[in-house]
Design a protein around this ligand. Structure first.
Ligand code: BGC
Length: 603
């Protein structure tokens, strides 16, 4: 038998068509069990290690918060390598694909560089920057043995009440497409050449950003979702013009894996949507990679799990994220093939797609972590890139001669818990699935950055609640209030009301009384309702979720760099203007927005 791991291999380009020959040959040697294992994707805490070998499992993943203990880069590498060893022990020695949601850097890893979430990159509008971020993220991933990133999100969010708004670059499909292309190229490199490339996964196909408020039926850990996993109600022409557009671009840029959405399109679950998955994506758009399901994505198709499996695979799904009960899935799929409910040709097609990508990635040649890259995790170079991304992502909404702040300012008051909290400025998908406040990973808070920027003998006073009892009214030249949203991710972040919290409003009022010029910095995953607040504020900065490099905020506040960011989403005046209609490019409710798409002052 051929030893596929030792076979001479040419990663990336395949001018002689060697990969398709290898795939055909390998497929011809595979038993049904080996084939079905290859298209099964399991969450790493749910797998019994020996089953990776015994059931020929093709993929494993760390879901949100799926880090090893201790959460260090070295233990990530060790964990993933040990799963890989297990897979290579199987008869054919086909390597595992291990996946993770490195959606703003390899952010589940303690010490990794955390870049601004995509909303900030949408504000920066700089494809070269996004490509560099993709490359840096890939390097940090490969150092831990992970060659598969569930990113980028290429949703075109229509309703900023959606808790995944910040994962999307913009409400404008063309901007999403341009940045998605850059991100895919950054992650994958030149057709996976070299040892730093990872597989990108544009997601979630399709229309995840178009769901109607209240249409979700998902309930998880006591949380009823409102938009997430809901129903997109629009006609196919609108779906194509807005939501399909970034996929077309990503496929042209070389995307070889696409994740299917947990949402529905006009009442039919996307995981069951043969027309969109097979007829449009695979046939019409010519997608040659593999389609992966989302978390338990086939379960809601039918109350009968057997039917759900049959429908999903026949609809065009190629690899299924089971993720906790692979036995049930494998048993059901085996039966479905034996009975002829799922044709073996469909299985062979799915397995061939997965194997082709594994060959293209070079996984047979280098299945393990690239230790040489371990120092790249959180390196000075990557942090400098993230800091530059922060600078470019800031959007200045108002400036009444308050910015830039002179570095020799005698007294600067800083208020708001968000000024000094790494977890808060990173948001969701950072260490934990939903993110977490506090000192969760090394980084520079906005306050650290400000302190490092002012000149001696400036005095910087910080109080999270804005209590400066000893300062007389108007006693400071400038005050800065940093306010915003607590971390959240999918489902839990769906919010009916995007007003600032009463606590944040109090903080702002307290600092307002003590300073001549008040600057408000908003840390949030989306625009919030600030209409009545704006007249009381001298300068207002939308900083989104900047990540670990808070120094980038100070760089711009104090004038070392200009404000250049522009709004990637229309900023509403009131909640009743929502949602946005991406086809007609306007808010659906009455009146003009507070700030239009593309707004941003420069300094
Ligand atoms: C999310 C996906 C993610 C997956 C794996 C799901 O809940 O919808 O975006 O890739 O989990 O963590």
């Amino acid at each position: 038998m051929m030893n596929w791991c030792a076979a001479p291999f040419q990663s990336g380009r395949d001018p002689q068509g060697l990969i398709s020959l290898r795939v055909k040959d390998l497929l011809s040697r595979m038993t049904l069990a080996e084939k079905l294992g290859q298209i099964t994707l399991v969450e790493k805490n749910s797998i019994s290690k020996k089953d990776i070998t015994a059931r020929f499992i093709g993929g494993l993943l760390s879901g949100g918060g799926g880090y090893p203990l201790p959460n260090t880069p070295a233990s990530w590498a060790e964990m993933v390598n040990s799963f890989q060893e297990q897979a290579l022990r199987a008869r054919l020695g086909i390597p595992l694909l291990y996946g993770v949601d490195a959606v703003h850097g390899h952010a589940a890893v303690w010490g990794a560089t955390v870049f601004p979430h995509n909303i900030g990159l949408g504000a920066a509008r700089n494809p070269e920057l996004v490509q560099l971020i993709g490359t840096a993220t890939a390097e940090e991933m490969v150092a831990t043995g992970i060659y598969w990133n569930y990113a980028p999100v290429v949703a075109v969010p229509q309703d900023i009440r959606w808790g995944r708004t910040y994962e999307g670059f913009s409400e404008d499909p063309h901007l999403v497409a341009a940045l998605a292309v850059a991100y895919v190229k950054g992650l994958q490199g030149e057709e996976f050449a070299g040892r730093t490339a990872v597989l990108a996964t544009p997601k979630h196909f399709v229309g995840d950003g178009a769901t109607a408020w209240g249409s979700s039926t998902t309930e998880f850990q006591g949380q009823r979702y409102a938009l997430d996993q809901g129903d997109a109600r629009l006609d196919e022409a609108a779906l194509r013009a807005v939501h399909l557009l970034p996929y077309r671009a990503a496929i042209e840029a070389g995307a070889l894996c696409i994740m299917v959405s947990l949402s529905s399109f006009n009442g039919l679950k996307m995981h069951a949507h043969k027309h969109l998955l097979t007829e449009i994506l695979k046939r019409e758009l010519g997608f040659r990679g593999f389609l992966v399901s989302d978390w338990e994505g086939i379960d809601p198709i039918s109350s009968d799990y057997y039917d759900a499996i049959v429908i999903a695979i026949n609809a065009g799904l190629d690899m299924v994220m089971v993720p906790c009960d692979y036995q049930r899935f494998l048993d059901g799929l085996t039966r479905a093939v034996e009975r002829g409910d799922v044709p073996i040709g469909r299985i062979d097609d799915a397995v061939s797609r997965v194997l082709t990508v594994k060959f293209q990635l070079g996984l047979f040649e280098h299945p393990f972590a690239n230790d040489a890259l371990l120092p790249s995790i959180g390196s000075a170079e990557h942090r400098a890139l993230a800091r530059e991304a922060v600078r470019q992502s800031l959007v200045l909404l108002k400036n009444d001669r308050a910015l830039p702040i002179p570095k020799d300012i005698p007294l600067l008051l800083i208020a708001g818990a968000a000024a000094n909290d790494i977890g808060l400025q990173c948001g969701g998908w950072t260490i934990e699935w939903q993110g977490k406040v506090g000192d969760i990973t090394p980084g520079i808070t906005i306050l650290d950055g400000i302190r490092a920027t002012v000149h001696n003998p400036s005095v910087v006073r910080f109080d999270p609640e804005g209590q400066f009892a000893d300062i007389p009214a108007g006693g400071a030249e400038v005050g800065i209030a940093v306010v915003g949203e607590m971390p959240y991710a999918e489902g839990f972040g769906d919010r009916a009301d995007l007003a600032l919290s009463p606590q944040d409003r109090e903080v702002i009022a307290r600092v307002r009384a003590k300073c001549k010029k008040l600057v408000v910095i908003l840390i949030s995953g989306r625009p919030m309702i600030i209409t009545d607040l704006l007249p009381q504020v001298d300068a207002f900065v939308a900083a989104w979720l900047p990540g670990t490099e808070g120094q980038g905020v100070a760089d711009v506040l104090f004038g070392d760099y200009p404000f250049t960011g522009r709004l990637p989403y229309t900023w509403p005046r009131s909640m009743d203007q929502l949602p946005f209609d991406s086809l007609r490019r306007k808010l659906t409710g009455p009146g003009e927005p507070l700030f239009p798409f593309g707004f941003g002052l420069t300094t």
